[in-house]
Design a protein around this ligand. Structure first.
Ligand code: ZN
Length: 153
């Protein structure tokens, strides 16, 4: 991966990371990102390369994301958005797993929540208001979910 591709992929991730961090109200969290020019050897499922992973110290509200840019470069913008959301959600649910490693249940919960978060964001954008404000009493707007057929389960 040359320097131009490296910077391009970093920008793609940072744009989404910053937006999700803001939209999820995580300004009080210390979230760092380590950037890699090479792919990781394994992911949580042991199935090969991953685009990103996170190590959380939820008790201090801090986490370190590892982002493997060659894998990121293979993903389209919608998929990358979902991936960043999914990874941040791991930070929010990590407390429930304690000292155990990530398991299939957590993966499924984070995947479903990411899809739901994207759905809610899309609904809010269609209303022209950005993110939903807590405490609103407006009726729910239902629409088709994003096409997730190619996303991991
Ligand atoms: Zn995951």
């Amino acid at each position: 991966m040359n320097d131009a591709d490296y910077e391009k992929q970093k920008v793609r991730v940072l744009e989404r990371f910053t937006r999700w961090k803001d939209d999820m109200g995580l300004a009080g969290w210390h979230l760092d990102i380590a950037w890699y020019r090479e792919c990781a050897n394994t992911d949580a499922q042991g199935s090969g390369e991953t685009a990103m992973e996170v190590s959380s110290q939820w008790q201090y509200r801090q986490a370190l994301f590892s982002v493997y840019l060659p894998k990121v470069a293979l993903e389209d913008d919608d998929r990358l958005d979902w991936m960043v959301c999914h990874e941040i959600l791991h930070v929010l649910v990590a407390e429930m797993r304690g000292d155990r490693k990530v398991n299939k249940h957590e993966e499924r919960v984070c995947s479903q929540l990411a899809q739901s978060f994207i759905w809610v964001r899309t609904c809010a954008e269609e209303r022209g208001r950005g993110c939903v404000v807590a405490g609103t009493t407006e009726p729910t707007v239902w629409r088709d979910a994003p096409n997730t057929a190619s996303w991991p389960r």
